[in-house]
Design a protein around this ligand. Structure first.
Ligand code: DHB
Length: 553
């Protein structure tokens, strides 16, 4: 498995203020800023509960953000890690940071009623932390320790011979800033949405949350499903319960995330105010407020996990894995499961496509997403580059601004797939998702009947554990959408690259088609030739946020 070195993006932090220096000047400067701000604590709203946001407890920072319109110098108020629940299991992860722009290129901005970008940094279902974040866009996805013998340890890398798992870097011991998600396999470049949002004048909230690798002193896994979504909901509740204290319009919370973070963002969007999470939220002392979000931005969401193995084989079954071998009979059986699942969804495609089935889904993806993605890409190239690209890729017919090619040729163009079969509920429990469904001191479990039946780790039970079905519901946006959850977000932005083989493209296709069927506002497209985690139209997303939230420039 290949990994690009994790690249830290340069953040230019201004030294123009004492507080600005605090963020980069270490402990002494930090303490100075603390005392300066604590003198203003008298300004706290009178009716402050344990989770009251202190409007005065910020430091002022300056950063330069590179945007499509050039570099912008943004001065902003930054609230360091704030614990968002009253009974944290792990305050280091159950905390969030807030950034509020006050000046952009020297011009004062008022973010009092700005949309709130709620941007999670989760990757790989690992924990995410803002404990040490000293400015916007520094939320860290934690990679955990590399795996031990016999498969990945907590947060570890998949065994080299299977190619399954989540693709954590082999050096996965550190933290990765949210702007460069280390889970992402290096084919796509990811622009920091928190920074772009700030430069657009939005309030930015970056939540940490528990993740699958966390264990307590007894070796009990306390960050596996549904911990991450419970925490993100608690963070939303914290923000909303601080309406009037926290800058921004708490009715216009826009969630974002990529990959596992995209899955959680979609889930946050789909499950707003669902009663299913109430006991979990109560247990950690979440604020008594709505956890619905206004809009959901989801990049390459690794979701619908219990159906993802079948979908993966339907989509990428013809492609050889990057490493390891593909068991053809397993692939075939899983593909058959997809046909059954897809039929059960009774979905209609966008643009009047009609019922979506395993038989026509290739045509649907080509027509709706993949060919238009190629066309957009080709149109964006200069004449000479386009000619060169088309000569190098003769499978594409380019005529009248339209790209045509067959599904088989597209699959060949994508090349080796990232995972073997099953891609998620691996027989040897080595997948990251197996760990996501771990419980107690059990690191990893099966979450599909098929995975359980084919277990190679010596399990004797023929069925998945009794608590698994309910956990799957808690983790799957499709569950909530099937029930037309009234508290769901009504505005959706969904993206994936056409070379992203971390999951099936049908996952995005089904999510978008379901939402469209419910009458929600869905902006879904694919990025041509982009791999896992790219967000090549991040600037468009920022504009989309302004439009759907009614933000005036
Ligand atoms: C991620 C990637 C995966 O392939 C997966 O199975 C889960 C998560 C990620 O990049 O977050």
């Amino acid at each position: 498995m290949k990994h690009r070195a994790v690249k830290r993006r340069t953040v230019v932090v201004g030294l123009g203020s004492v507080a600005g220096a605090a963020a980069i000047g270490g402990f002494a400067a930090d303490a100075q800023a603390e005392s300066r701000n604590s003198s203003r604590n008298a300004e706290k709203p009178a009716n402050s509960g344990a989770l009251a946001f202190d409007p005065s407890a910020y430091t002022e920072l300056t950063t330069t953000v590179t945007t499509d319109e050039g570099d912008k110098e943004v001065t902003y108020h930054f609230w360091k890690a704030l614990t968002y629940v009253t009974a944290p299991v792990d305050a280091e992860h159950q905390s969030l940071v807030v950034s509020v722009p006050v000046r952009i290129d020297g011009k004062a901005v008022d973010a009092t009623n700005a949309p709130i970008l709620f941007s999670n940094a989760v990757g790989g279902y690992f924990p995410a932390s803002v404990a040490t974040a000293a400015g916007v866009g520094e939320a860290a996805m934690e990679m955990g320790d590399p795996g031990g013998a016999g498969g990945p340890g907590p947060g570890g890398t998949p065994p080299a011979d299977t190619g399954t798992g989540t693709g954590a870097p082999t050096t996965g011991t550190g933290e990765v800033p949210s702007g460069s998600n280390g889970m992402l396999n290096g084919m796509g470049e990811m622009v920091s949405l928190p920074k772009l949002g700030l430069a657009a004048g939005y309030v930015v909230v970056e939540p940490g949350c528990r993740g699958r690798t966390l264990t307590d002193a007894n070796g009990t896994y306390y960050g596996t499903a549904p911990a991450a979504i419970v925490d993100l909901k608690a963070a939303v509740r914290y923000v909303r319960s601080n309406q009037g204290r926290i800058p921004g319009d708490t009715r216009r919370i826009v969630s974002t995330g990529t990959s596992a973070g995209g899955a959680l963002s979609a889930l946050l969007g789909a499950s707003g105010d669902s009663a299913l999470y109430a006991p979990y939220l109560k247990e950690i002392g979440a604020a008594d407020a709505s956890d619905a979000v206004f809009a959901s931005g989801d990049w390459c969401p690794i979701t619908d996990l219990e159906h993802a193995d079948g979908a993966y084989e339907w989509n990428w079954g013809a492609n050889t894995p990057q490493s390891g071998t593909l068991d053809q009979s397993v692939s075939k059986e899983l593909r058959a499961q997809f046909a059954e699942y897809q039929a059960s969804l009774r979905l209609k495609g966008l643009n009047g496509f009609g019922p979506l089935t395993a038989r026509n889904y290739d045509d649907y993806l080509l027509e709706t997403y993949v060919r238009p993605a190629a066309a957009t890409y080709l149109k964006g190239l200069a004449e000479a580059d386009r000619s060169a690209y088309l000569s190098a890729n003769p499978f594409i017919t380019w005529k009248n601004g339209r790209a045509t090619f067959t599904w088989a040729d597209y699959l060949t163009h994508v090349g080796a797939r990232k995972k073997t079969a099953p891609a998620f509920d691996t027989f040897d429990l080595s997948g990251g998702e197996n760990n996501e469904f771990g419980t107690g001191t059990t690191e990893a479990r099966h979450f599909t009947a098929y995975g359980q039946r084919h277990d190679t780790t010596g399990l004797t039970a023929s069925r998945v554990d009794g608590d698994i079905p309910a956990l799957l519901d808690l983790m799957n946006p499709m569950y909530h959408l099937a029930r037309h959850n009234p508290g769901r977000a009504k505005h959706w932005w969904i993206r994936v690259g056409t070379k992203d083989t971390d999951t099936a493209l049908t996952v995005v296709g089904n999510l978008a088609a379901t939402l469209h069927g419910l009458g929600d506002d869905v902006d879904s497209l694919m990025y041509w030739d982009q791999g896992h985690g790219s967000n090549t139209d991040a600037a468009d997303f920022i504009t989309w946020v302004a439009r759907v939230t009614g933000r005036r420039k």
